[in-house]
Design a protein around this ligand. Sequence first.
Ligand code: GLU
Length: 321
Amino acid sequence: MSYVGRFAPSPTGPLHAGSLVAALASWLDARAAGGRWLVRIEDVDLPRCMDGAAGRILAQLAACGLVPDAPPLYQSARGARYQQALDKLVACRLAYPCACTRRDIAQALAAQGHARQRHEELPYPGTCCPESGKGLGGRAPRAWRFHTTQYQSKQPPAPDSQAQAAPFSIANDGVRWTDRRLGPQQQDVARHTGDFVLRRADGLWAYQLAVVVDDADQGITDVVRGEDLADNTPRQILLQSALGLPTPRYLHTPLVRAADGEKLSKQHGAPPFDASRPLQALAAAAQVLGLPAPAAGAAATVGDALAHWSKAWARIYNRAP
Ligand code: GLU
């Protein structure tokens, strides 16, 4: 299978030092594998997108020598494909409508004795799940949810020996997968997030569905992205399986933290990286990835530096240069 990688920024603002790490890593991995590298603009959450941010991101990437091998794909143009995927899940009874507001969910969880911890993501309590016997109960549907609990519970138990030989496996106690940097991972998705949203109450497509459909349609073999998204991988593996789509390999890159220890993010006001000094910006990103700096004077241009880091990346991640 020939390698296809991607970088999938959300155009909620220009790229910062942390997003450049993921962009550089995905580009290096594709180059080191002799594969193709694509860019997907994840503008599915339109209210959060910023005018002009997609163009600015592409210009920042180009200044760093990171040029996609095909024109970028825009999620905002892909609603029909997401609808087909939802229809397929509905037809298999793996998606159901949900009438709950955030408040309904919080109340139901409180009644079940769940106290919400800071930053904790609580599972959907299953209020509208057809098996709960209640369903919508005459209320108007707002969102669509994936029937995680049903899908996961129908999987076979994980055999002991299955340990981590396969890149991923799905069992009735959750999803196991091997991240190329983080190693073996496991998550009980039914307990962790439960029946998660595919289409939101405001009609927007949820990230989980869009990313799975797009990765498959773009023929992505390797997802390389920031470690903050590692937690989403098991939900995506379940959806790929339910939709009969292939599961790519995953590699999650280290995060860049601000002085207060928080992950750099646009929401927390991280400044854009300085694209007028691409060598410096790339060198900082390469350092986060543990790639050695080129010898003094050996990489005068962005092209030289990228060639140097491609070789180093290939050595570290066992790919032929
Ligand atoms: N659009 C997501 C973000 O900017 C990345 C999604 C992905 O790489 O799967 O955080």
